[in-house]
Design a protein around this ligand. Structure first.
Ligand code: ADP
Ligand code: DAR
Length: 346
């Protein structure tokens, strides 16, 4: 380990899973370890050391990180997902198994629905350990696959490098593009050589989008206005299956799809709605009780670490590992129905 030769201390009030699970014993076991890509414990924990407001605080640099540093990752994964190191992840991306009629057919509450999955290529390191040359190879392999998409999924890739700033700002404001300069990703080494090798693909309707080389090498996104959750899921299922014929994604029997952050392992799926709850949002204890019951996250409308606007919130599934893709969306659907029914009672 380059800079740390003793167990780091964490600021008072830091409640990250890193601060909880990096014990003396774990530190002693891992401090001199590294993967064959040279990824070491300092790099695993750097984001959580610098950003003491992290909820998790660790990132993997390659698939091997999850085994090399399992003494730290396993308890973090169990704390976040309730998933034990002896369990095997199961996948089911079949829309026929999803029972999700539109919970808001009159569009009184749900503004938009978005479902995304993260993927990384199996042949190269993850973003925190990848080299500049390797990142360009990842971009090239992904763009070749994206350009093969046909019909309604066909679209165009827009590299971030050279993008007109006003266009970039508008894509972010319209919730289509990732924000730049995330400090958690910065400290994890995921923003190196930014914006080289980064970009966004989208079809003409902007209902299918792919982020390239942000936190993960692919974020495949299906989204549209309104609450037709099943249509959004079906589009994503088709698109992911198409791209899986052209790209080999990193996965394991135990952890499912491999991602930079352990919170995204397994399905690597976040299914979310932007929903207006003017009455329920004035009763946050009740709002939070329902969200907890359905294991939903309540977030602001610009995603992570953002604030709600008015009474519009981003509601999404919290668990991604040890549940299937269908179960992630089924839970969101049930939770959104419960929130809407409670809103109606006020
Ligand atoms: P991820 O979980 O995929 O990393 P975030 O949840 O942080 O992404 O959000 C990324 C962008 O997607 C943000 O601009 C956010 O506003 C937008 N977003 C998330 N859910 C929805 C939704 N249901 N409708 C529209 N935009 C959304
Ligand atoms: N911000 C980091 C990661 C939390 C999960 N979100 C991701 N992976 N985008 C934290 O530890 O708070």
């Amino acid at each position: 380990m380059k800079n740390l030769n003793k167990l780091p201390t964490f600021a008072n009030g830091c409640d990250s899973l890193l601060s909880k699970h990096l014990t003396d014993t774990v530190f002693a076991e891992l401090k001199d370890k590294h993967t064959r890509n040279g990824f070491d414990l300092q790099q695993v924990i750097n984001s959580g050391l610098i950003n003491t407001d992290s909820s998790i605080g660790v990132y993997a640099g390659d698939k091997a990180s999850y085994s090399t540093f399992s003494a730290l990752f396993d308890p973090i994964i169990e704390s976040y997902h309730g998933f034990k190191k002896t369990e095997q992840h199961q996948s089911n991306f079949n829309p026929n198994d999803l029972d999700a009629p539109n919970p808001d057919p009159e569009n009184n509450y749900i503004i938009s629905t978005r479902i995304r999955v993260a993927r990384n290529l199996s042949a190269l390191p993850l973003g925190s350990a990848i080299s500049k040359r390797q990142r360009k190879i990842v971009e090239r392999l992904i763009v070749v696959a994206l350009n093969k998409l046909q019909g309604k999924l066909a679209g165009t890739y827009f590299p971030l490098q050279g993008m007109i700033e006003a266009e970039r700002v508008k894509l972010v404001a319209d919730h289509f593009l990732f924000k730049a300069g995330d400090r958690f990703l910065e400290a994890a080494g995921l923003n190196r050589e930014w914006p080289e090798g980064r970009g966004i693909f989208h079809n003409d309707e902007k209902t299918f989008l792919v982020w390239v080389n942000e936190e993960d090498q692919l974020r495949m996104i299906s989204m549209q206005m309104g609450g037709d959750i099943k249509a959004v899921f079906s589009r994503l299922s088709t698109a992911v299956a198409e791209l899986e014929t052209a790209l080999r994604f990193s996965k394991s029997d135990h952890l499912g799809y491999i991602t930079s952050c352990p919170s995204n392992l397994g399905t690597a799926m976040r299914a979310s709605v932007h929903i207006k709850l003017p009455r329920l949002s004035k009763n946050m204890p009740e709002f939070e009780k329902i969200a907890k019951q359905y294991q939903l996250q309540i977030r602001g409308i610009h995603g992570e670490h953002s604030e709600s606007q008015g009474s519009t919130y981003d509601i999404s599934n919290r668990r991604r590992l040890g549940v299937t893709e269908v179960e992630c969306v089924q839970v969101l659907h049930a939770g959104v129905l419960a929130l809407i029914n409670r809103e109606k009672l006020f």
